[in-house]
Design a binder for this molecule. Structure first.
Ligand SMILES: Cc1ncc(COP(=O)(O)O)c(C=O)c1O
Length: 405
């Protein structure tokens, strides 16, 4: 039924006619990832870094192998520059609390684009409130891009610049290298949120020269419960741990504790080894597909979807690829006269899952003058036939609401 070479890798599609267009929220998982995690629990489960017996050593090996695999995947070099956390949100909170709170003073500034996900906004807003620093926004133009004039807001007062490499509303890439260079030129630290980029394009943290970067396993075919923080060694070494307790210490006396080296210092308590095993398998899956094939297929789907939507005069697509040179497989739109929640609910009755709401980007919604939008986010397992179904279903939704066209 579907002309797609990858769909068969994902068991969730086996016995359903599910059309899943919400991969930006979380991607579906290939069988290989599910199998790797099951195999871990069946054959290797133990508490890592603690036991002196071989099963624990095996769990430790698998966990650290995951760190090496991810470090190599993003070209980080030394794997100690990778910290495993629960999700990208936790990584950004660690940076805001451990780094932000320690360097920010009244009148310092943190700069973020208005298009940021709440995960890269609320932690900075809260730390600015605590420290008296100011949160400064780079406003997007009507196409979703950031003009050079806005970039001038990065000044000597700026201490931190944090931005998403690919936004979760416009699906456009910001000029990462340019922003990072500008941040460094004024002595600020540059943080890149790669949660939406890494499943669609290779990320090379050395080439980017960012100080920190955050990632989310569940958006790149891996399991939920694992987030990754990359930090340059000298930067990570400056951070105080956020959580304390078991596994992150060097020595504990009644009144004092010295902390372990990086990255263990940030990984308090028993870690999600099965999650890291799943992530390792997800990396292998992406490598086996290869980014050129992913980009080709997703690019074709995105162009097809945009072309199909463009013939519906009552569909408004937000953001234009012209603004940044490339649109990723994520299309945010409105249907004139119908609330996005109604659109999504009616599409669901036809087995089509799209996201509707503020997409965890309320300040951006206000900037765009809307309360909510619909969002279709595509992945390798989607097909043109599914997009045809979406477009036909949108026409039926309009009719249900009494529109003739
Ligand atoms: C750009 C961006 N950053 C951060 C996040 C938060 O990711 P997580 O769910 O892993 O905390 C999301 C989730 O949608 C996102 O789209």
């Amino acid at each position: 039924m579907y002309n797609n070479p990858y769909r068969g890798d994902f068991p969730i599609f086996d016995d359903t006619g599910l059309i899943y267009f919400d991969s930006a929220a979380t991607s579906q998982k290939p069988q290989s990832v599910i199998d790797a995690m099951r195999k871990y629990y069946e054959h290797a489960n133990a508490n890592p870094h603690r036991g002196l017996y071989s099963l624990s050593a095996e769990a430790t090996r698998l966990y650290e192998r995951g760190r090496e695999a991810f470090a190599s995947f993003i070209n980080a070099g030394d794997p100690r520059q990778i910290v495993f956390l629960r999700n990208a949100t936790e990584a950004l909170n660690l940076l805001a609390i451990s780094y932000g709170a320690s360097v920010l003073a009244p009148d310092d500034e943190v700069v973020i684009p208005i298009s940021e996900h709440h995960s890269n906004l609320v932690p900075w807003q809260q730390v600015c409130k605590r420290t008296g620093a100011r949160l400064v926004y780079l406003y997007t133009n009507e196409k979703g891009g950031i003009e050079d004039k806005e970039m001038e807001k990065i000044t000597a007062r700026t201490k931190i610049v944090s931005f998403a490499q690919v936004g979760n509303v416009f699906g456009l890439a910001l000029p990462a290298e340019k922003i990072i260079t500008k941040a460094h030129a004024v002595g600020a630290v540059a943080i890149v949120d790669c949660a939406q980029s890494i499943s669609h394009m290779p990320v090379d943290v050395k080439a980017l020269d960012c100080d920190f970067a955050v990632f989310s396993s569940h958006k790149m075919f891996g399991p939920t419960g694992i987030g990754m923080l990359y930090g340059k060694k000298e930067m990570l070494e400056k951070l105080a741990p956020l959580l304390t307790g078991g596994d992150m210490i060097e020595y504990v006396s009644e009144q004092e504790t010295t902390f372990a080296e990086i990255p263990q210092r940030f990984e308090a308590g028993t870690q999600d080894v099965a999650g890291v095993v799943g992530l390792t398998s997800a990396i292998a899956y992406i490598r086996a597909l290869g980014y050129p094939a992913i980009e080709k297929w997703e690019g074709e789907l995105t162009s097809y979807c945009l072309e199909k939507l463009s013939v519906l005069p009552w569909v408004v697509v937000y953001g234009e690829a012209e603004a940044t040179g490339r649109r990723f497989p994520l299309i945010t739109f409105g249907v004139e006269g119908i609330h996005p929640h109604d659109v999504a609910t009616l599409l669901d009755t036809e087995g089509v899952a799209v996201r509707a709401g503020h997409h965890c980007a309320q300040p951006l919604m206000r900037h765009l003058g809307v309360q909510a939008t619909c969002r279709v986010s595509l992945s390798v397992y989607n097909s043109k036939e599914e997009i045809d179904t979406l477009v036909d279903a949108l026409v039926r939704v309009r009719r249900i609401f009494g529109y003739a066209d």
